[in-house]
Design a protein around this ligand. Structure first.
Ligand SMILES: Nc1ncnc2c1ncn2[C@@H]1O[C@H](COP(=O)(O)OP(=O)(O)OP(=O)(O)O)[C@@H](O)[C@H]1O
Ligand SMILES: [Mg+2]
Length: 498
């Protein structure tokens, strides 16, 4: 079940992760599957044992006195009514408690991953108070559930006491009439307890079953969630995605924000092999644009075609496996640097790995590490600086030899000197490959074949560096204001020292 969930989680689209808290997912993967496993192993064993016991007892009772046996069995519907009554209430409380558990897992997760910010802002006391509210909710729900479960057993016992009383009364009369023997009654009573014992035991299993049902509902809800992007039945893998990329009247907005489109009637043609730089104000939609190209999201209207084929007619794998994407917030996996570099190309030789690292400007710092390429990076790459992580993820993308290359502020945390070094490598890499660069540094942008200024849901300006400067529009303002200092540094290194 856990393997199936893992597999399913890898298939779900990015939009799912945008709106689903990690704690919600984690509690389903861990404690909920645990409860289901408990029920299926011990619960089923107990139930089998109980049922066999009950059937045997009933058969023996029937053989002693079938009328009395039938009378005793009238008790069973009463037990069922009681069980159903308790079932509904216990289940409600367990649902509450599982919900609270999700939030608790989520709070743990957020606090652990954000521990630096928590400390820096002195939020410990406030976070503890908020966490206390969550645990209180869980405590109340669990307490009620436990109380109801505890009441269930005495209720069953009460009913069985009445049943025993009835047997003794009826059986006593039968003895007077000479229809039953004392020994027969005695045997009957032990069979009734023999039958009601498992009922009591089943009450316990029943309670844990409620727990497991609440968990199963949640786990199956996760299992049943559909990826928002699904390959069409006749989706193709064209074997390559090297070709012109054409946006045709593309509309795009994130979920539930129809009134706030990020891209509006967006039209753009990118020639095969072109290097495109995207600039524009924060929140303009630069990252959104490249996310669309990667098909992490699909256009809400219009079409996006690659090499003349509407990309929704291709498989996601065909597109994504041929794109190399480097992000501003790089993610590495625990393991060594070498393992991380090899992540996208498992059969890469050590020589290939080194060549890619050299191209990405990462080789130099890696060789200064005590264990070089075999240095552990820690979970999420935490043992390295952000700039080092960027260099490694760049090398990782380079090694995978993508047909389409995307760098979203990929070198923003790297010093200017290192960036100049990367620049050379990147030029080699981008030759003949369609590439998108989102960057704030002039040096990176200037060499692009075409610079696009993204603003208000569309391209407000485009052209080469020289053309855009001549146009005196947004890019010119950006250049003269944001880049002035950088230009000064470029022109006279002495001034930078001031
Ligand atoms: N996952 C998301 N769900 C909902 N809205 C989003 C999501 N990601 C981005 N947005 C919104 O879409 C808009 C464009 O975001 P985008 O990340 O594309 O901007 P950007 O141009 O890359 O900005 P920056 O230069 O800061 O990286 C923003 O207004 C943002 O609020
Ligand atoms: Mg962005």
């Amino acid at each position: 079940m856990r393997t199936a969930l893992f597999d399913h989680l890898q298939k779900l689209s990015i939009s799912y992760y945008n709106k689903t808290p990690v704690g919600w997912i984690m509690s389903r993967l861990t404690s909920d599957t645990e409860r289901i496993a408990d029920l299926i192993t011990w619960g089923l064993l107990d139930v089998t044992w109980a049922i066999v016991n009950m059937i045997t007892a009933v058969l023996f009772m029937m053989s002693i006195n079938w009328q009395l046996a039938l009378g005793v069995m009238l008790v069973i519907p009463v037990l069922v009514v009681i069980a159903v009554w308790f079932q509904a209430r216990i289940l409600d409380e367990y649902r509450e408690s599982r919900k609270a558990n999700s939030k608790i897992t989520g709070a743990f997760n957020e606090n652990i991953t954000g521990v630096r910010v928590v400390k820096a802002l002195g939020r410990e006391a406030e976070n503890l108070r908020e966490f206390g509210v969550l645990t209180d909710t869980m405590y109340r729900a669990s307490f009620k559930a436990a109380w109801l479960s505890a009441m269930f057993l005495p209720a069953v016992q009460l009913v069985s006491a009445f049943a025993l009383g009835g047997i003794i009364y009826y059986g006593g009369n039968q003895i007077d009439l000479g229809l039953m023997t004392v020994g027969g009654i005695q045997a009957f009573i032990s069979y009734v307890t023999f039958m009601l014992w498992p009922v009591a035991d089943m009450a316990r299993v029943f309670a844990s079953m409620q727990h497991a049902i609440a968990s199963a509902e949640r786990t199956f809800a996760l299992m049943d969630s559909q990826p928002s992007i699904v390959d069409k039945a006749n989706a193709v893998d064209p074997g390559t995605i090297a070709g012109d990329i054409v946006f045709n009247n593309v509309q795009f907005y994130y979920d539930d924000e129809v009134d706030k489109p990020i891209l509006r009637d967006f039209n753009l043609t990118i020639k095969r092999g072109e290097t495109i730089a995207l600039v524009g104000p924060t929140g303009a939609g630069k990252s959104t644009l490249v996310n669309l190209i990667c098909r992490f999201f699909e256009p809400r209207g219009g079409t996006l075609s690659i090499g003349g084929i509407d990309y929704t007619d291709m498989t996601q794998h065909a597109i994504q496996s041929r794109i190399g994407m480097v992000l501003q917030t790089p993610h590495l996996f625990s393991g060594t640097i070498r393992e991380n570099l090899r992540y996208g190309k498992l059969d890469a030789t050590d020589e290939e790995i080194e060549a890619a690292a050299k191209l990405a400007g990462a080789h130099e710092f890696i060789t200064t590490l005590p264990k070089g390429y075999d240095e552990e990076v820690g979970e999420g790459g935490n043992l390295l600086s952000v700039g080092q992580k960027q260099l490694i993820s760049l090398a990782r993308a380079v090694l995978a030899k993508p047909e389409l290359f995307i760098m979203d502020e990929a070198t923003s945390s790297v010093d200017t000197l290192t960036e100049a070094l990367i620049q050379k490598g990147m030029e080699t890499l981008m030759q003949g490959r369609t590439s998108f660069i989102i960057a704030h540094r002039l040096s990176t942008i200037r060499k692009a074949d075409r610079i696009l200024v993204i603003e208000n849901g569309g391209v407000s300006e485009q052209g080469s560096h020289a053309e855009l400067l001549k146009a005196r529009g947004h890019y010119y303002r950006l250049y003269t204001q944001q880049f002035r200092r950088e230009r000064e540094i470029e022109l006279s290194p002495e001034m930078a020292a001031d």
